[in-house]
Design a protein around this ligand. Structure first.
Ligand SMILES: Cc1cc2nc3c(=O)[nH]c(=O)nc-3n(C[C@H](O)[C@H](O)[C@H](O)COP(=O)(O)O)c2cc1C
Length: 348
């Protein structure tokens, strides 16, 4: 009820202004306990994935705390993990505004942000400050990395390797984003001919870094929902071949199916939220049937309710991430989804 009132005000604002308002005030709101009015209890339901112990199965998807500046505050809302970023080698402004639109009747979001971020150096510095308390209580932090908008596709590997070098020591896991539709040509990295070379280079870099630091940092690769089933399967084979530790399914979609009737559908960018649920869950199922447990799957896409979170688990997910659901359903969804997954796991 309280969140519905807050949402009514927030939804009157431009979406990016509302996002900045929330991020700009979350630290004091958590410190003073104000957010307790709209969150449920933290759920203790430990789950081991990628060799890491997550306090519960529900995390925050990449893109909300792009700058890694509010990890402990956001974590206090009940997330078992937080994926910060996407961070690129250097700071970049992203695409010109406006670049974020709500499709309210469909519970969707269209975003054309384009990896606006402070760059990997500043992002990691931010995390060193903002993530300490969250990690002390067992919260897991993933650092999502991507290529610079201006980097040619042939040079993308070097961007990922630079980011890995800078993020490695401070990440619980790394997420390789090759599926954001808003960075020129990025999704082409998922093509068979490019994917093997990229993932091989990432695996080699990880080997060098784990030797250097004496610590193995698991890696998940985040794929998009617009791949054919065959491409999903062949990508999974590449991830297994080169020793990746998980796959995240999925990023936003270029499709406008389900929102064609709304004017916001005409905007460029990736669609998330409820209209993405079926498409991303289909990819999850294809992966799950193909991988047969060889790699865990982190599910992202359209988790707007506790029931849909459980659907993702039933379809083969080991962890579930929320982004758009946080905006539409409010922070209570985190605890409710984690609780529903806990209850479902106990019946198995
Ligand atoms: C405004 C916005 C920004 C996003 N930025 C990123 C990003 O920087 N990197 C990334 O991997 N995913 C990004 N995403 C994708 C989300 O992490 C998530 O995969 C996607 O929205 C599907 O989940 P959802 O339906 O729960 O929102 C972004 C999504 C939105 C809505």
């Amino acid at each position: 009820m309280l969140y519905e009132m807050a949402r009514a005000c927030l939804f009157k604002m431009n979406p990016e202004t509302a996002h900045s308002l929330i991020m700009g005030n979350i630290d004091w709101a958590v410190a003073l306990g104000v957010t307790k009015l709209v969150t449920g209890p933290e759920v203790n339901d430990p789950v081991e994935v990628m060799g890491l112990k997550f306090p519960n199965a529900v995390g925050l998807g990449a893109g909300m705390d792009k700058q890694a500046a509010h990890v402990t505050s956001i974590g206090a809302l009940g997330f078992g993990h937080i994926e910060v970023g996407t961070l690129t080698p250097a700071a970049q402004p992203g695409n010109p505004k406006p670049r974020l639109w709500r499709v309210i009747p469909a519970e969707g979001i269209v975003n054309y942000m384009g990896f606006n971020n402070v760059g990997i150096d500043q992002g990691v510095e931010n995390l060193k400050q903002s993530g300490v308390k969250y990690r002390q209580k067992g919260g897991i932090v993933g650092i999502n990395i991507g290529k610079q908008n201006s980097t040619a596709l042939e040079d993308a590997l070097a961007d990922y390797q630079v980011c890995m070098q800078k993020a490695y020591a401070d990440a619980d896991y790394l997420a390789i984003d090759i599926s954001c539709p808003n960075t020129p040509n990025l999704t082409k990295l998922q093509d068979d001919d490019k994917l093997s070379a990229l993932v091989k280079g990432i695996a080699e870099e990880r080997k060098a870094l784990s030797d250097k630091y004496g610590r193995y940092v698991p890696i998940t690769v985040k794929i998009g929902p617009d791949l054919t089933d065959d491409s999903v399967r062949s990508s999974a084979d590449v991830f297994v071949k080169y020793g990746m530790d998980a796959v995240t399914a999925t990023n936003t979609t270029r499709s406008r199916e389900g929102i064609e009737q709304y004017p916001q559908s005409k905007n460029p960018g990736g669609l998330s939220g409820l209209p993405l649920f079926e498409k991303s869950t289909h990819v999850l199922r294809v992966l799950s049937e193909h991988l047969k447990g060889e790699l865990p799957i982190i599910a992202s896409g359209g988790v707007m309710s506790p029931e849909l979170a459980v659907e993702k688990m039933k379809a083969g997910a080991s962890l579930v991430q929320i982004y758009s659901g946080f905006i539409y359903s409010g922070p209570a969804l985190i605890s409710e989804a984690a609780q529903a997954i806990k209850a479902w796991r106990q019946t198995r």
